[in-house]
Design a protein around this ligand. Structure first.
Ligand SMILES: Cc1cc2nc3c(=O)[nH]c(=O)nc-3n(C[C@H](O)[C@H](O)[C@H](O)COP(=O)(O)OP(=O)(O)OC[C@H]3O[C@@H](n4cnc5c(N)ncnc54)[C@H](O)[C@@H]3O)c2cc1C
Length: 381
């Protein structure tokens, strides 16, 4: 179906994204997977191409696009190539940058945003802890006021870009009791003493990303490392998670569409019993169903992107888009593996890697169960 979401300017930006993927990421992807990190040259190249500052005004080195549809194109083109790239670049440009833009002081923005836009500084956001990620309000990492400083102690895990980040937005408890009210956000410069990285985690999929554990051991940060107001961190997270979730949904459906289209090519070429395997009625009907599911999901995600562009997307709608697109992706990619037969189980085939890469989409950025919990609450249940 003809999508009506984008203007010629967005399509021109899509060409820029494709050029970046083909010239900078594709030739290096096998190395990224082997080394479990996207090298800094690729980040800098993304910066030079003006891809990392879509949410950032020109004053701070960004492009100041102020139109979420550009973020959508950014996400789609990275996810079409590989889920890990959408995740790593997305966390940096589409998730962390808006925290600084919305909550940062002029000094904090000046200190970090220009270098984030050039790719000189890579960022992460650390909410999840070894003791739990779904129950975010009960996080245990603590920041204690000490004179004009804060001293942070605790641990985070599963942090995307954690292995290489120069700046981490850390959610920590500053209030006395448990619960959402005592959570604050900090801008943690990773060169400070007391900041330690754990191992790069050995994931099932997305080997290109350096997902890591982080430890804070008497990590002293100055008062101006506080991002936003004391005790408002949980609210700030809740206000911004819908953008992270619609970003995941955009990537999910773009990636699914890409792998399904590649699978269609495969079933037209692969022969069994003297005919293309796609032409068996079972497979033909299956592919008709899969393409229908992708189209229907794309329409809903596009409607959500349009709403978000108008600042009208609700948290529940973002949750719907996130869980539904992850389920459809899981279903469709599993069939794509099946249609490839044994080759579908070989790591050298994109479909096999995409299938493994996709599994996390039902878990991260709020699990599918937590998404349904949010939607259920809105239903008054
Ligand atoms: C590759 C990867 C990258 C990640 N990147 C980041 C990152 O950059 N920053 C970050 O902060 N986090 C990150 N995460 C963490 C991710 O957001 C969490 O894993 C996720 O929120 C789930 O938390 P958990 O793993 O502690 O599972 P748990 O909270 O222990 O949940 C376990 C299971 O219980 C279910 N469950 C929990 N509560 C309920 C409930 N009320 N009702 C029904 N079921 C429930 C969950 O849905 C899940 O199925 C990443 C995770 C992965 C795997």
């Amino acid at each position: 179906m003809q999508r009506t979401l984008f203007d010629p300017d967005h399509e021109a930006f899509r060409e820029t994204m494709r050029f970046f993927v083909d010239r900078t990421l594709r030739p290096n992807a096998e190395r990224h997977a082997a080394e479990h990190r996207i090298d800094r040259d690729c980040w800098r190249e993304a910066g030079r191409a003006g891809l990392l500052g879509l949410e950032v005004s020109e004053t701070y080195g960004g492009t100041g696009a102020q139109d979420y549809r550009f973020n959508a194109v950014f996400n789609e083109e990275l996810a079409r190539f590989g889920a890990a790239y959408a995740s790593c670049f997305g966390i940096h440009a589409d998730v962390v940058a808006p925290y600084l833009v919305d909550l940062g002081t002029a000094e904090q923005r000046t200190q970090w945003l220009p270098r984030m836009c050039t790719g000189e500084v890579v960022t992460a956001i650390a909410m999840t802890e070894p003791s739990g990620g779904s129950d975010l309000a009960n996080l245990r990492t603590r920041a204690t006021a000490d004179g004009a400083d804060w001293v942070i102690d605790g641990a985070k895990t599963f942090i995307t870009n954690g292995g290489s980040a120069d700046l981490v937005v850390v959610a920590a408890r500053t209030g006395p009791g448990p619960g959402a009210r005592g959570v604050s956000l900090f801008l943690v410069d990773t060169t400070r003493p007391g900041f330690h990285r754990g191992r790069i985690l050995d994931k099932v999929g997305q080997p290109e990303s350096d997902t890591a554990e982080l430890f804070f051991d008497g990590l002293r940060v100055p008062a101006d490392a506080l991002l936003g107001e004391v005790g408002q961190g949980f609210i700030s997270l809740m206000q911004r998670l819908p953008q992270e979730r619609i970003g995941v949904a955009i990537g999910n459906i773009a990636n699914t569409d890409q792998i399904l289209t590649e699978t269609l090519d495969y079933v037209k070429g692969r022969q069994a019993f003297g005919q293309p395997i796609g032409s068996f009625q079972h497979n033909k009907f299956l592919l008709a169903e899969l393409f229908t599911k992708v189209q229907v999901t794309q329409s809903f995600v596009d409607t959500c992107v349009d709403a978000h562009t108008r600042h009208a997307l609700t948290a529940e709608e973002a949750a719907m888009a996130k869980w539904w697109s992850a389920e459809i992706q899981s279903d469709v990619l599993d069939h794509c593996v099946q249609l490839h037969g044994g080759y579908g189980y070989m790591n050298e085939y994109r479909v096999a890697r995409a299938w493994k890469d996709a599994r996390v989409n039902k878990i991260w950025a709020g699990s599918n169960e937590i998404m349904k919990e949010l939607i259920g609450r809105k239903l008054g249940l």
